[in-house]
Design a protein around this ligand. Structure first.
Ligand SMILES: Cc1cc2nc3c(=O)[nH]c(=O)nc-3n(C[C@H](O)[C@H](O)[C@H](O)COP(=O)(O)O)c2cc1C
Length: 320
């Protein structure tokens, strides 16, 4: 009988039974999809971005479908950290899967307050800092586009919690590796790459933007090749683990990110199309390993084969 492959990964001390995590904002507070599958089969769940106070988010319309993807401008609507701890966390705790809270603030004080609160409760296994949301006026992406503020936020969270700190990067920068190195230097345990790309859509009949916020974040398969490229660059820039995401819809997509060096992956928009997507990816990875006689997922991670390629040689890039 074939032995089940070892899919487990370690993200800076956070041990996951497999490398598949649900992405923040696309899986609610973790319990919404329990009718569809057993969440304990996942590597981890990342909950919707939390702020100190409850937030109503942006006015509707907040989402628009686009070719192979979607635009959203939810504006980080959430119940606030206290209601999350009181009402949502006990239910999440019962699921038997590592829980990662995604947090965002308007200033350093907010990030410090959130980190201290999270440090004080059991049942939260790691913190993902959102310094990359394009849909809030203050905070969010503003912090993630400057290496100094990105490092300052990271430092503030790291000094207020002993839990692993994952920093989620925005792709909306000129050079993602500058930000990557800055947050690694500030003590980040790991990096999530990437959040959504800025985008917009217009209703030609009314001449109005399709989102009330005018601009939003683009996600889904449309962004996958760009996300993969950025993850490839981020992996090469740092020594800490990288969690790859952006348009992953099936196990082959997940494999691409693992092969370029992501230690784990997140599944976002795909869950809206197919609530079982994340679990199917876990199954797909296991079956792939069995077929390929791979005993341990680490035999795939970072195994990008560029031998014979000229990529990376100065003045000789394949795509030039
Ligand atoms: C409706 C929606 C809500 C989101 N909310 C958050 C959030 O609260 N915090 C965050 O860091 N990212 C949020 N994201 C970004 C996703 O976690 C993910 O980074 C992005 O969608 C790219 O991955 P995907 O193409 O697999 O969806 C949200 C995305 C969508 C589509």
């Amino acid at each position: 009988m074939a032995v089940s492959p070892d899919l487990s990964v370690d993200i800076g001390g956070l041990k996951l039974k497999n490398p598949v995590i649900t992405a923040s904002g696309t899986f609610g507070y973790g319990t919404e999809l329990t009718p569809f599958f057993d969440p304990s089969l996942l590597g981890a769940i990342i909950v919707k971005g939390l702020s100190l106070e409850p937030m109503p988010g942006n006015p509707p319309p907040r989402i628009a479908e686009t070719p192979c993807g979607m635009l959203n401008a939810i504006g980080l609507a959430n119940v606030g950290i206290e209601a999350f701890i009181a009402e949502k966390l006990p239910l999440l705790d019962a699921l038997g899967v590592p829980i990662i809270t995604n947090i965002y603030g308007h200033n350093l004080k907010d990030y410090a307050g959130l980190s201290r609160r999270i440090e004080a409760v059991e049942g939260i296994d790691a913190v993902e800092i959102n310094i990359s949301c394009p849909n809030v006026e203050r905070g969010g992406m503003v912090f993630g586009t400057d290496p100094h503020t990105a490092a300052a936020v990271t430092h503030e969270v790291v000094r207020n919690t002993t839990k692993p700190v994952i920093v989620k990067l925005t792709p909306n920068v000129t050079d993602i590796t500058t930000i990557t190195r800055a947050v690694e230097g500030a003590g980040a345990t790991a990096i999530s790459a990437i959040n959504t790309f800025l985008g917009m859509a217009v209703d030609v009949a009314t001449r109005r933007p399709k989102l009330a916020n005018v601009v939003g974040g683009l996600s889904g398969p449309a962004i996958r090749p760009m996300a993969l490229y950025l993850v490839h660059r981020v992996v090469q820039a740092v020594n800490i683990p990288v969690i790859g995401l952006g348009g992953i819809a099936d196990y082959k997509d997940a494999l691409e990110f693992l092969i370029v060096g992501a230690r784990a992956v997140q599944v976002g928009t795909a869950s809206f199309v197919n609530p079982g997507a994340a679990i199917e990816i876990v199954d797909g990875l296991r079956d792939f390993c069995l077929r390929e006689k791979i005993h341990n997922i680490h035999q795939i991670i970072g195994e990008l084969n560029t031998s014979g390629e000229r990529y990376g040689q100065k003045g000789n890039r394949k795509n030039q």
